[in-house]
Structure formats: structure tokens, C-alpha cells
Design a protein around this ligand. Sequence first.
Ligand code: PKZ
Ligand code: FAD
Length: 627
Amino acid sequence: MAGFDDLASERSKAQFDVEEMKVIWAGSRHTLEVSDRISRLVANDPVFRKDTRTMLSRKDLFKNTLRKAAHAWKRIIELRLSEEEAAELRFYVDEPAFMDLHWGMFIPTIKGQGTEEQQQKWLPLAYKMKIIGCYAQTELGHGSNVQGLETTATFDPQTDEFIIHSPTLTSSKWWPGGLGKVSTHAVVYGRLIIDSKDYGVNGFIVQLRSLDDHLPLPGITIGDIGMKFGSGAYNTMDNGVLRFDHVRIPRDQMLMRVSQVTREGKLVQSNVPWQLVYGTMVYVRQKIVSDASCALSRAVCIATRYSAVRRQFGLQSNGIETQVIDYKTQQSRLFPLLASAYAFRFVGEWLKWLYMDVNQRLQASDFSTLPEAHACTAGLKSLTTSATADGIEECRKLCGGHGYLCSSGLPELFAVYIPACTYEGDNIVLLLQVARFLIKTVSQLGSGKEPVGTTVYMGRVEQLMQCHCAVQKGFLELSADLVQAAVAHCQLIVVSKFIEKLQQDIPGKGVKGQLEALCNIYALFILHKHLGDFLSTGCITPKQASLANAQLRSLYSQVRPNAIALVDAFNYTDHYLSSVLGRYDGNVYPKLYEEAWKDPLNDSVVPDGYQEYIQPILKQQLRNARL
Ligand SMILES: CCCCCCCCCCCCCCCC(=O)SCCNC(=O)CCNC(=O)[C@H](O)C(C)(C)COP(=O)(O)OP(=O)(O)OC[C@H]1O[C@@H](n2cnc3c(N)ncnc32)[C@H](O)[C@@H]1OP(=O)(O)O
Ligand SMILES: Cc1cc2nc3c(=O)[nH]c(=O)nc-3n(C[C@H](O)[C@H](O)[C@H](O)COP(=O)(O)OP(=O)(O)OC[C@H]3O[C@@H](n4cnc5c(N)ncnc54)[C@H](O)[C@@H]3O)c2cc1C
């Protein structure tokens, strides 16, 4: 069988221990065991099938999402899954839904911004799913500009309550995931008003729906904001709209780790920086970086396996055509994405460590690394999501026409993934935050602080900063060139962390060699892509640039025999990939043909509508022809 033999032959060429590379990709043997076991549990459960998603109406799609969420929760309870295993199960169910925001934002916000008492009250309810929460920050009129939010939370000393209100249409909460139809509660971000004085944005826990009949509580208007890009997944998420008409909540439902409001209505600032109100965004951004490596590796796995199965032109002596993966143009498009997937995996591991380190320091009232954590999570979220969104689209194109079929898995993966460039902070806005951080860092460099990083990459950042770093007044005046410096800074981090990964103990025959090749491909690909920066800032000479290019091409040849094994190391099930082109067995053509007939349009040979609309035309033509 063509495809199968092709992939079997490819696998026999591997020059490294794939099982050991699986451990490197997973992060540890334990994590590999958990993800392998849970991914197969999900793959073998018919409730979690995904192949009909793009054929369902929005209402049927959403109802099926609720069914899957309920089934997932039931399996978590039945099997007594740990938090780690439950997170893996939600990941492999692979369907954006309210659970992502309940577990991924609502609970972390209470943990990060609630007092001990508030955590003791609300976390048990949330962990046991007695309440379902979402994160309601963005409004119709404001998303990036958090300080511009209009929802008000006015303290009423008579009743010891906050009055939550939507004073304008643009203050309507708009976009929060899980809000539209499911969440019973929300962390709502609003302007704290005491005695007519505005104290800026804080978080408030607000119940939205009755726990008895799920109806919106008095003063609450709530619904879904409508269909989003593409069909299928992400329309599985009820992104919602929410308005308040003077809704009253007890004073103790303002999240008070950062600031407290006393019974007398006095605002007391605790000893933590007010920026902790933004803490959830730092947490989610570091998760999104790891998620980028998952999404990109998934697209690369599909495109790499298909490129080894697909033959086109180049008839060889044995009478068969050339595998498209052997074309240099295919390699120059595909292998940098393969290298990027590994690079983002490792920088995501580092970022997770940085986030935990910042949190431990916060416990000890050490806030010194919070600005760097903000800059790194913001910048790397921006860099990795933009590269991944572009990379998924490139993988679609690498698969030719069949990449445009839903059965390839790539259109839906692209549609689900691309909002990552916007949610949790628009990517340009976040790069401007990095630029601000760099300006501050450069201004402190005079104090003898030496930056660390790989020379050529470090030189590029320094030079770009020197060129563009005028004295900037505020966030709004930052020049577009500084965004370039911010990107350069983030690429320096990615390369540096890949190099650090290689300095660790890496077991397994040939594994370290493959990772070194991928690290060099990533670094040289970025250098090639931004050659203008490196040449204009004098970091490299034109001669060095052409040597780098030659080295890049030779690295592609080095990776070529290992490409299939390198994507096998992601250890993805066919269920998770949900792609006829990316099947482990390479059995593409028979499955493509089989999938076509499943389309509802093929339920009847003569299409619905023929008699009403087409036959009259044809008959008329027939009559005309006889006249
Ligand atoms: C979900 C589960 C995970 C699973 C993973 C898989 C994903 C699959 C599901 C996806 C689910 C989608 C989930 C989407 C959920 C939303 O989208 S939630 C809404 C997200 N919204 C945003 O990110 C808003 C973006 N905007 C911002 O962050 C801020 O407004 C800006 C842009 C930083 C501006 O802040 P500002 O306060 O207006 O002004 P600025 O002077 O720049 O900042 C003030 C100070 O705070 C600092 N600062 C700003 N932000 C921060 C921060 N975050 N931390 C610390 N310090 C900060 C600044 O550095 C500055 O410090 P100084 O220089 O004064 O020392
Ligand atoms: C799928 C999805 C899920 C979401 N889930 C949630 C959720 O659960 N909870 C929640 O609270 N929010 C959520 N959001 C909202 C999301 O956080 C916002 O869309 C995001 O923060 C961007 O804000 P905005 O949409 O207002 O865009 P804007 O800030 O209006 O940006 C629009 C354009 O203006 C540019 N721009 C804005 N400010 C500047 C500036 N200072 N300098 C230069 N350019 C600028 C931006 O770069 C962008 O190109 C979600 C959004 C999506 C798409």
C-alpha cells in the first residue's frame, strides 16, 4: 500500500531513538505516560468523536459540546483522575468550550487575586463544578485598554454592597468565553467607585444565573455574541455578551488580595503591586506559548507525513514519481516550522518555570521579576502565536488542494487557532509592552548592567534599540520600529532557551544531534528571514550571510531522513490529529475517497433543489433547442 510503505520506509531511516525524543517532547517520562494514556482513552471513546463537527448546525454543535463536557466530567470523576490527568483529558478532547475558561481563567483568578478567605469560600465550589465561572474583562468598547473599561462597581455603605452597572452600550461585557449560555458566575472587571471617586479597575465575583433553573438573575442581560470565523470548533464556545442594570453584590465579593475596601468604605492598598490585578493574563499567556507548540506541531505532523506520501513529477528509474518532501522548496518551507515547533516547546517549558518562580517570589513579597515576567509572557505569546497561525496556513498550502478539505484537519485547526493572535492581548499591543520594557532596560544599562544572550542575536536587539530608542513619552507614541526590536528580543529568548536545552543531559542515540540541527535551523532561518536587520545593524557581513544560507540548506538535508521520526515523536493519536492526510499509517487516498461520501450532500444522488431550480432551466434550454 503506497502511503503505508512510504512511511514505513521513512521510519526505517531514522538516525535517532524516537522513544527518547518522545520523552524530550513530553518533558518527562511521567508526562509522556500520562499524555499517552489519556490521549488513547479519549481516542477510544465514541462520545469524543470530532469528524462531524463541521457538518453540524450551531445549536447541534453546541449541544454536542455540552454532551462532551458532561461526559468528560463524568469520566474524570469515575476514573478519579488527578488535576494533571483531567487537564490532559480536556486537552485531548480538543474542543474549545466553557471548561477552558472555568479551569483556565476563573479558578486561577480567584487563586491569584482572592484573599485566603475568598479562596476558601469559592475554590471548593469551583473545583467541584458546583458553580461554573468565566473571565469577564473585555467590553464592546474596550479590550486592549483595560484602564478604559466602563463597567462600574459602586460601593454602597448603607448596605455594605457593590452596585455593578453597565452605564453605556460600549460597557457591555463582550467576548468572554463560556459567558453566553453556560457560566453561572463571572469574575467581572469594573471601575471601583467609592464616594464618587474612581479608583480604577478591579475584579468582582458576580453570580449571573440561578443555580436552580439557570435563568439570568434580576438585572442581568446575557447571551451569545454569534457565529465566529469558520465552521466547527470555536463555535463550540459560547463567547457572550453581558449587561448589568444596578446588580448588587456583597462587599466581600470584590477580589481583595491587591486592594481592600473596609466596611466604612475606605480603600486600603496591600503591599503587593497593583499590577497583580493583571496576573491572570500573565498566567494564561505562558500557557498559550505551550499551546502554540502543540498547535504548530500538529499542523507540521500532518504536512510532513503527507509530504512523504504525496508523489508528484520527477519520474524515477523505478517508474515512480518523486516524494514532494524531497523538493528543496518543500523542505525550505516545512523544516523551519518543524524546528519552530520544537523551539516553542522548549521556550514554553522555560516560561512555565519563570511563571512559577515569579509566583514563589510573590509569596515572599519579592516583586522584582514581575516586570520581566510580564514582558516575557507578553512578547513570547505574541511571537509564538503569530508564527503558529502563519505556520498552520503554510502547512495547509504545503498539502496542496487536499489541505483545503476539512478532512485534512487543517482548515478547522487554522480557524480554531488564529484568535490566539488577539485573545489574551492583541499581539501588536503586547509587543509594545515589550518595547516599553526594553526602553526601560536600555536606560538602566548605563548602570553597568550587561545583557546576556547569543552575540549576533543580542547585537541585533541592542542596535535596533539604539536606532529607534528615542525618548518615548507614553505607550501610545512607541514607534513601529520598536516593535521590530521587541520581536528581535523575543527571538533572542527563543534561541537562547533552545541552546540552554541542549546544555542539559539529553539521553538517547542521536537525539541531541537532531535537536542541535533543529536549533541551528531555527536560528539560521530567523537570521535569513530578518537578514536586513542583521546586515543593517552590522551584526553580520554579507559573506557571513551567504555562509549561513548554505549551512541552512545543508541542515535541511541532514533533517530530511529524520523528518517522519521527528513528527512521530510528538506522539499524537490519529484522533487528536483528526486528519486523513496526517494518518500514522499514511493510508491517505482510500481514506480521502471514503470521507468524501460521508458528506450529507451525498445522501442523495440527485441533489435537493434540482427539480425546483435546475430542471426548469435545462428543460427550457431543451425546448429552445427544439424550436
Ligand atoms: C485559557 C486556558 C489556557 C489554555 C491555553 C490554551 C488556549 C485555549 C483557550 C483560549 C481561551 C481564550 C482566553 C482569552 C481570554 C482573554 O482574552 S482575557 C482578556 C485579555 N485582555 C488583555 O490581554 C488586555 C490587553 N491589555 C493589557 O494587558 C493592558 O491594558 C496593557 C496593554 C498592558 C496596558 O496596560 P495599562 O495599565 O493600560 O498601561 P501601561 O502603562 O502599559 O501599564 C501599566 C503598568 O502595568 C504593567 N503591566 C501591564 N500589564 C501587566 C501584566 N499583565 N502583568 C504585570 N504588569 C503589567 C506595565 O508594565 C506598566 O508597568 P510600569 O511600566 O508602569 O512599571
Ligand atoms: C476567540 C476570543 C476569545 C476571547 N475570550 C475572552 C475572554 O474569555 N475574556 C475576556 O475578557 N476577553 C476575551 N476576548 C477578548 C480579547 O481579549 C480582546 O479581543 C483582545 O484583548 C483585543 O482587544 P480588542 O478586541 O478590543 O482590540 P483593540 O484593542 O480594539 O485592537 C484593535 C486594533 O487596534 C490596535 N491597537 C489597539 N491599541 C493600540 C495601541 N495602543 N497601539 C497600537 N495599536 C493599537 C490593535 O493592534 C488591533 O490591531 C476574546 C477574544 C477572542 C477573539
